[in-house]
Design a protein. Structure first.
Length: 476
């Protein structure tokens, strides 16, 4: 058994903060010369326009920002997979390399990971998320046990390591302990690579309950959600048991990612994955369904009308050859989307949005696919994923207004591509001509974790990660 020498860290004590922005994207649109006050609870306390600023400042220290935006949620992450980045791009003896051959490599790799290593990798991933502009990590956490499947002395040991990493990084957290019981729709036993994931429903409930208690170590913005891995990994009755844990919690699940998955579900359950789920389960706005890259047009419309969020991971979906999500039809049908980094091989908010837009253009031979007469491509994409991410994370965020968590990001208008650029054109430039180096500062629930484009604990987080990777790469 691995022993975790627990260090109880105190919750951060916030002081009153003020940010003065040259321009800010408020709920009513772009506004010049804005003062945002952040209370000691990490929420936005007030948003004051130019004419009222002299009274509001009242001698307090003020951080000056060029362009202030709501910081989005990273809605889907498997933190440990960050350590695989760059290691799966060689073709083996199988000429038909695919998602399924990649999965075998991933299973082999994760059997080497210790709790200490998982914690260090997670802190590094969360640091990169913050530097990329994300204020919240929704961690789809499915490694629960030792290699071989034996429990740790602390059943929720690895959930606690996610919490410990979050204390180090300061990111907002929605933790999703994942229920994973079977190796396929025929309820076959888990393979050797899957045994670290496995629980029956009763043990999952115990694990989830312990993980929920661990969140008390974090600030008040941390949340817990519920997750079933996929229709292949659970049975029909599991949804009822899992949902009853907490009717108010977010519920996430992979759905309709690969053609082989669709065929397996259809053969076993008598319907395609999206069809079966919407016909048999009360899917609503608490749900976030990940990928959904294999949908027919009627499924796209049905899912949009359910109120659920589609959690898209365009970089990973491109890497694994999942397919192209029909974002245009989905949004035009009233659907909501969010963005996640999934395998974490490349953590970049701007690139996720760019890849999503370009996938639509390539499929439809079009340009400015998501743009409308009212909003540019960048504006519509960013606002869509900000709103959808807040919903999927169960987090009061996504708007710079009083009462919301102060999840904020600032772009540096002195960047050569941003000089003299304003409004929607600035967002388009950030997404399509720039990258995350344009991000200067990020706050998560008022915690100022990225300053001058770097995480405040970057040096120590990177040092620990490099030590882990040296060991892992020697073992590969």
């Amino acid at each position: 058994m691995y022993a975790h020498n627990k260090v109880v860290k105190l919750k951060p004590v916030l002081t009153m903060k003020m940010i003065r922005a040259t321009q800010a994207l408020l709920p009513e649109g772009w506004t010049n010369d804005v003062l945002v006050s952040i209370g000691t609870d990490g929420r936005v306390e007030s948003v004051v326009r130019a004419e009222d600023q002299a009274t509001a400042i009242n001698g307090q220290d003020v951080h000056c920002a060029s362009t202030l935006l709501p910081a989005p949620v990273n809605v889907h992450s498997h933190a440990f997979q960050r350590a695989l980045a760059g290691l799966t791009e060689q073709r083996g003896q199988d000429a038909n390399d695919s998602f399924w051959t990649w999965r075998k490599l991933m299973y082999s790799f994760l059997d080497k990971l210790t709790p200490d290593q998982i914690e260090a990798i997670t802190a590094f991933v969360q640091m990169e998320m913050l530097e990329a502009g994300y204020a919240t990590n929704v961690e789809f956490h499915y490694i629960h046990h030792q290699p071989g499947g034996a429990e740790y002395n602390n059943l929720a040991e690895l959930s606690e390591r996610i919490v410990a990493a979050t204390q180090t990084s300061g990111i907002g957290l929605t933790l999703l302990p994942v229920h994973y019981q079977y190796g396929g729709c025929d309820q076959r036993n888990l393979t050797s690579g899957q045994q670290r994931f496995g629980n029956d429903v009763d043990r999952y409930v115990r694990l989830w309950t312990q993980a929920r208690g661990m969140l008390e170590q974090l600030s008040n913005d941390a949340r817990i959600g519920i997750s079933a891995h996929s229709l292949r990994a659970v049975d029909h009755e599991s949804f009822k048991s899992l949902r009853s844990l907490d009717q108010t919690a977010p519920f996430h699940m992979h759905l309709a990612e690969q053609k082989k998955e669709v065929t397996e579900v259809e053969n076993a359950w008598g319907a395609r994955p999206v069809e079966w789920l919407l016909d048999n389960v009360a899917v609503d706005e608490k749900w976030c369904l990940i990928h959904c890259t294999q949908m027919l047009s009627h499924e796209t419309s049905m899912l949009a009308k359910s109120g659920a969020v589609a959690g898209l991971c365009p970089i990973t979906e491109s890497s694994l050859g999942d397919g192209i999500f029909d974002g245009i039809s989905f949004l035009n049908s009233g659907g909501r989307i969010a963005i996640g980094s999934d395998s974490n091989i490349r953590i970049s908010l701007s690139e996720e949005l760019r890849t999503l837009e370009y996938s639509q253009r390539l499929r439809d031979h079009s340009r400015a696919a998501f743009a409308t007469e009212q909003f540019s491509t960048g504006r519509r994409l960013l606002e869509a994923v900000i709103e959808g991410g807040a919903q999927a994370a169960g987090r009061q965020t996504g708007r710079i207004e009083a009462g919301q968590w102060a999840d904020l990001m600032s772009l540096d208008n002195s960047h050569p591509d941003l000089v003299g650029v304003k409004g929607d054109t600035l967002l388009d430039t950030f997404i399509f001509a720039g990258d995350d180096r344009m991000i200067s500062d990020v706050w998560s629930a008022g915690r100022h974790q990225v300053v001058n484009s770097q995480h405040i604990n970057r040096e120590s987080i990177v040092r620990r990660y490099l030590n882990v990777m040296k060991t892992l790469r020697e073992d590969l």
